[in-house]
Design a protein around this ligand. Structure first.
Ligand code: 0T9
Length: 400
């Protein structure tokens, strides 16, 4: 238990016992303070586009096959941010704050060069029980839109927490009217006994395009005898064909090589360690909406960071009680919390068509329906900001 701080040694063993018998609801785990992060899960949606230039690159490619390759490349470059940025920054995976219903995390990746254009992030907690986060990432200049949602189903076995992600992402290119359905890999947490948890990906995930290209990514880890951590190998094929058009092999936390399928000729190498990320711009707290994550959790975050357990507890309870009151009131009035940017639908034609052609079990991607980015709601928010009180904050933001 080398990674457990001396003061927390007494709390790790009971925690291990508690996860051994937990019910699958990650949010209900009471972890020792040193493993708590002050970041809310709504912020994790930003990991999808921390390299805006790679995110929009497919929009500039005229050849559909190369476009499909660029989408696969972009997906692979997000994995390091998604799954190992926290242990790199914080020393281990940490337990995120469990977002409240309606929590928002909004930001943008600015582009001083003007070549990429501004990329906007909208992340909203659309369900609290079970937790589901939905997001949209928009780049108007290149007509790129990513939207998706995800929840987690967890179980404990053989000393690790296994997590299946429920949900999917859709990448859309306006100019080519092209869609890519992205399934989310399942994962498990390693290093728990040592008090230094980190994520390893399992099995495989798929990207299928409306143009008929299918990418499969197979994940493997260190294993008992051989293998390196965070390893994957990916192939891109045309649907129904056995011919491999491209292969991509490597470690998602380190780097990978793109090769042509037939000739095995090396086309490109990607270094995940030296490729810099673009920081997300978030409005100053006083300009944020009360539902925005960092404003709503400010006091909790500050007390977690200073190690003030008592304040953490009282401030967390305040939010929880407020939420309970809201739910009670909604129930009495027979209505549901209005999501600001997303709507739940029972069928999404793009999702269904692509999922079926790839034998993706649609049910696995659903959390009691499908959450879609609601352009109408979004337009209303934009309009309100233009005409109402929020307009001022927007002016200040762009000037900053
Ligand atoms: C969507 C991502 C997801 C969220 C996290 C399982 C996990 C919460 C969900 C799936 C993102 O796009 C990608 C990355 C990491 C996932 C997290 C890793 C993790 O451990 C947490 C859970 C809730 C815990 O914090 C368990 C406690 C553990 C740190 C101590 C043993």
């Amino acid at each position: 238990d080398g990674a457990v701080p001396a003061a927390a040694k007494g709390s790790w063993a009971p925690f291990l016992k508690s996860i051994a018998s937990f019910n699958g609801d990650l949010a209900s785990l009471t972890a020792p303070p040193f493993i708590l992060s002050s970041t809310s899960l709504t912020e994790y949606s930003g990991y999808w586009a921390e390299h805006p230039e790679i995110f929009v690159a497919p929009a500039q490619e005229k050849d559909p096959q190369k476009r499909a390759l660029l989408v696969l490349k972009w997906f692979l470059t997000t994995l390091k941010q998604q799954y190992s940025s926290r242990n790199e920054k914080l020393g281990s995976e940490k337990k995120p704050l469990n977002p409240f219903l309606g929590e928002l995390f909004l930001g943008k990746w600015k582009d001083p060069t003007g070549k990429i254009g501004e990329t906007q992030l909208i992340s909203e907690q659309v369900s609290h029980h079970p937790p589901v986060t939905a997001y949209a990432i928009l780049n108007e200049k290149h007509g790129v839109k990513l939207e998706g949602y995800n929840g987690q189903k967890a179980s404990f076995s053989r000393g690790t927490i296994s997590v299946r992600q429920v949900g999917h992402a859709k990448y859309h290119l306006k100019e080519f009217d092209e869609d890519y359905l992205i399934t989310l890999p399942s994962l498990h947490i390693e290093g728990i006994v040592y008090g230094a948890p980190y994520v390893e990906l399992n099995k495989s995930s798929t990207i299928i395009s409306s143009t008929g290209y299918v990418a499969q990514i197979d994940y493997s880890g260190k294993g008992w005898i051989t293998g390196k951590k965070n390893t994957f190998c990916a192939t891109l094929k045309k649907e129904g064909s056995k011919d491999i058009l491209y292969t991509i092999d490597g470690q998602w936390s380190d780097g990978f090589v793109i090769k042509e399928g037939k000739t095995k000729k090396e086309l490109e190498t990607y270094n995940a360690k030296t490729t810099e990320i673009t920081p997300l711009y978030i409005a100053p707290i006083e300009e944020q909406d009360p539902l925005e994550s960092r404003r709503a959790w400010a006091k909790v975050q500050e007390s977690i960071n200073t190690g003030d357990l008592e304040t953490t507890g009282t401030e967390k309870s305040k939010i929880e009680n407020e939420q309970r009151e809201l739910r009670k009131k909604e129930k009495e009035e027979g209505r549901e919390w209005e999501r600001r940017y997303f709507t739940r639908v029972m069928d999404d034609p793009v999702f269904t068509r692509l999922a079926e052609s790839c034998e993706i079990v649609a049910e696995e991607g659903k959390t009691d329906g499908i959450w879609v980015f609601d352009e109408k709601k979004f337009a209303q928010v934009v309009e309100k900001a233009r005409t109402g009180g929020e307009a001022k904050a927007e002016v200040v933001n762009t000037a900053a």
